[in-house]
Ligand binder design. Structure first.
Ligand SMILES: *[C@@H]1O[C@H](CO)[C@@H](O)[C@H](O)[C@H]1NC(C)=O
Ligand SMILES: *[C@@H]1O[C@H](CO)[C@@H](O)[C@H](O)[C@H]1NC(C)=O
Ligand SMILES: *[C@@H]1O[C@H](CO)[C@@H](O)[C@H](O)[C@H]1NC(C)=O
Ligand SMILES: *[C@@H]1O[C@H](CO)[C@@H](O)[C@H](O)[C@H]1NC(C)=O
Length: 399
């Protein structure tokens, strides 16, 4: 009798394990996705997501080899269990801008997403770029981003490629515990606002072992962001690794905890940059914002303009002479072992806020050599309102 009930218990446990582990696998093809890159597969992908997200336990969507044309897709949670999207094939974005309300692949409110594979996300941006008026128009209409993640937690994106987005490649907003690795991100160096990975309002984000060549910032951080680590990333062409622009109008939320290690920048128009706006005269927004606890270590610069650059007088527009010092306080930023070549003579430039000078800036083991065309020029370091320490900084340093 006892052994009989034992067997029953073992059987029930095995049954439970089996049911719990029974993954739902959905193939885009079976859902009506049509390879060839010509016939729209948006509905198939949207339906695949709906079913995967509603499935109990783990589920997986397989995008098989081949090219699939898709317009905007909303991957909305919360889901019943963790969802994996296996990208073996390529997704081609619908080129008709009229079909988009906001972004192309929009992930929202998901816990435990895995998006992986060797496939490509081709934003087919070239025909959209002429419609981007953001470089000229302050209140422009934003074009669709390739991947937008909002309120996504405990998730990873691995292996996939993004090319020629209409706007940003990847945008993270209000995300937590994300792991991004082995990504290949590419667009022409002159494509407008094709930022690589922008992180805003998010925390515990790791970006590693990836290659980013694009038309705007390689990686950028916006306000309300904490604990970001970047390692083994190559950038270029593009605008480099950037924090900001911070402190504009109502902008708030500190940026705390950024580590950038073992990265190489090649031919970028900035290296490591922290930028904040001046405050508009008569502004209602005076709350101090903090930028704190940054470490940049082992960064190789190859033919980079402005390799080390803090700019708290950022103002690319005309309205700035009527302005007050930045309300962003920079504290504890360490630059260690930053070496290589610069295409601008100003190899170190730190222009900090008169109101809130930069403090705790460390320069250690820095060697940046000017290799630009002008034989008259020599390396320069410019620092305003900066307090810090330096050791072994060549050929020029501020303090
Ligand atoms: C700026 O872009 C907005 C939104 O697309 C548009 O309504 C406005 O007319 C543009 N302004 C200028 C000066 O082009
Ligand atoms: C993410 O994972 C952590 C544990 O690693 C867990 O505490 C947290 O609840 C998860 N987040 C969500 C939104 O479920
Ligand atoms: C950032 O990391 C530190 C140290 O691990 C931790 O104490 C802090 O809570 C984290 N901040 C956020 C917003 O997750
Ligand atoms: C950076 O590179 C060094 C030397 O190759 C290695 O020991 C270290 O683990 C790397 N760190 C990261 C965060 O990749």
């Amino acid at each position: 009798m006892a052994s009989c009930s034992n067997i029953l218990v073992v059987f029930l446990v095995l049954l439970w394990v089996f049911i719990a582990k029974a993954d739902t696998t959905i193939s885009l093809k079976k859902y009506g996705g049509i390879p060839g890159g010509k016939i729209d597969s948006t509905k198939a992908l949207q339906k695949a997501w709906a079913d995967a997200c509603a499935a109990e336990g783990k589920s997986q969507i397989i995008i098989p080899h081949g090219d699939y044309l898709v317009g905007p897709v909303l991957f909305k949670g919360p889901c019943k269990g963790p969802v994996t999207i296996q990208l073996d094939g390529n997704l081609l974005a619908d080129a008709n801008l009229g079909h988009y309300k906001s972004n192309w692949l929009d992930f929202q409110y998901i816990d435990g997403l895995t998006f992986k594979g060797r496939g490509k996300l081709d934003g087919q941006g070239a025909s959209a770029w002429p419609h981007n008026n953001c470089p000229k128009n302050w209140s422009c209409k934003l074009l669709p981003m390739t991947m937008s993640l909002s309120f996504v937690t405990n998730s990873s994106i691995r292996g996939i490629s993004s090319l020629n987005p209409k706007f940003f490649h990847v945008n993270l907003f209000s995300c937590r515990n994300l792991d991004l690795r082995w990504l290949t991100i590419s667009a022409p160096g002159d494509s407008p606002n094709t930022d690589g990975i922008h992180v805003g309002g998010s925390s515990n984000i790791a970006i590693s072992d990836s290659a980013i060549s694009t038309g705007d910032d390689c990686i950028s951080l916006g306000s309300g962001t904490a604990n970001v680590t970047v390692s083994g990333v190559t950038c270029g062409p593009g605008h480099g690794i950037s924090v900001g622009s911070l402190g504009k109008d109502a902008d708030k939320g500190d940026v705390v905890g950024l580590t950038v290690k073992n990265c190489t920048l090649t031919g970028t128009s900035n290296g490591i940059r922290i930028k904040s706006w001046k405050t508009k005269r008569g502004s209602r927004f005076w709350e101090m914002m903090k930028v704190e606890d940054f470490l940049f270590e082992n960064v190789a610069m190859k033919n980079v303009a402005n390799p080390i650059f803090i700019d708290q007088e950022y103002c690319p527009y005309a309205a700035c002479p009527e302005s007050e010092p930045s309300r962003v306080k920079i504290n504890g930023v360490k630059f260690r072992n930053i070496r290589g070549t610069s295409s601008s003579d100003e190899v170190i430039k730190m222009v900090c806020s008169r109101r809130y000078p930069c403090e705790g800036v460390e320069l250690r083991d820095i060697y940046l050599r000017y290799i630009g065309d002008d034989a008259q020029l020599k390396e320069r370091a410019t620092c305003k309102n900066v307090k810090g320490t330096s050791s072994n900084v060549k050929p020029v340093s501020c303090f």
